[in-house]
Design a protein. Structure first.
Length: 303
């Protein structure tokens, strides 16, 4: 209550599956003669199902798992381009369907990659939470619109393009940059050039180019230190208050994807310690411009 922030208690998650042995991965396909998994097919492309250990569930929200591929050793960056593009359509479908529910005010799509950020299953996958409220970060971003005199991501994108030194990748529809006030050493924002409140507002070619930019960045991350690169990937888009999948929020929100990677060197992690947790102020050991130059070179090398 002191901070005015929501805290969700989901005590059943304490016993969720934690880093199982390679041959007991619940996100692998169920193969003949093998152990039964969450996906009852010998092969699949993309699978979506309700989380067995949900943080939210009807009639107070939703929690789903999105499995990108049946290849246990793949990653978002190594998906075939067609599969990554298909994933954008899956995200769009789940945003629309979950957002239409009366008990969902915000659809949050995300991926945790790597034990460094607390992942419990290595198989490439993401999650979708249907929050029964608009979470604090989304509220702060919407409030920034008023502070900056218009759509905040639009204003910030224009600034980054004008400066250019922190831009690490771009195509006809999407720009990737290390933000001016980056908190993590290699934080990156993947932003739609045109004002698109949500995935469902995007043209088909924009979804393809969004997948292209996301894959370019994640491949660049892996090339940066020549190792699998841990991160939190967070998809930010319009709230779905009143079950109208963004219509109630009008033009509020601008589709962008933020990456929070904890590595500051190949071996050193950025820990959230006293100033970050107690004071709410990040203290960084790197300059965004220098990180952007390194990341830009890594993306080019991984292309």
């Amino acid at each position: 209550e002191l901070r005015g922030e929501e805290v969700v208690y989901a005590i059943h998650r304490q016993d969720r599956t934690f880093l199982p042995a390679r041959d007991h991965c619940p996100l692998d396909p169920t193969r003949p003669g093998g152990a039964e998994t969450e996906i009852p097919f010998p092969a699949f492309e993309i699978a979506v199902f309700d989380n067995r250990f949900p943080a939210f569930q009807a009639p107070h929200g939703a929690a789903e798992v999105v499995v990108y591929t049946d290849d246990h050793d793949a990653s978002f960056g190594t998906l075939a381009p067609e599969r990554a593009e298909a994933l954008m359509w899956v995200w769009r479908h789940r945003y629309t369907e979950l957002g239409a529910r009366e008990d969902v005010d915000y659809v949050f799509i995300f991926e945790n990659r790597g034990v460094e950020v607390g992942v419990t299953l290595h198989h490439p996958h993401g999650q979708i939470y249907g929050y029964p409220f608009v979470p604090p970060v989304a509220q702060l971003e919407l409030a920034a619109d008023q502070r900056l005199g218009g759509c905040a991501p639009c204003v910030l994108l224009e600034r980054e393009l004008g400066d250019a030194q922190r831009v690490v990748y771009e195509n006809d529809s999407v720009v990737v940059y290390v933000p001016y006030a980056a908190r993590w050493a290699y934080e990156a924002h993947v932003v739609m050039r045109r004002h698109r409140p949500s995935l469902r507002d995007c043209e088909p070619d924009e979804l393809r180019l969004l997948a292209d930019a996301l894959q370019a960045l994640t491949r660049g991350y892996d090339a940066l230190f020549d190792r699998p690169f841990p991160y939190v990937m967070a998809v930010h888009q319009a709230p779905t208050v009143a079950g109208e999948a963004g219509e109630a929020a009008g033009e509020r929100g601008h589709l962008h994807v933020e990456f929070y990677p904890p590595l500051r060197t190949a071996e050193k992690l950025k820990y959230l310690a006293g100033s970050e947790q107690g004071g709410g102020t990040f203290i960084s050991d790197t300059l965004p411009e220098e990180s952007a130059a390194r990341l830009r070179e890594a993306i080019e090398r991984a292309a």
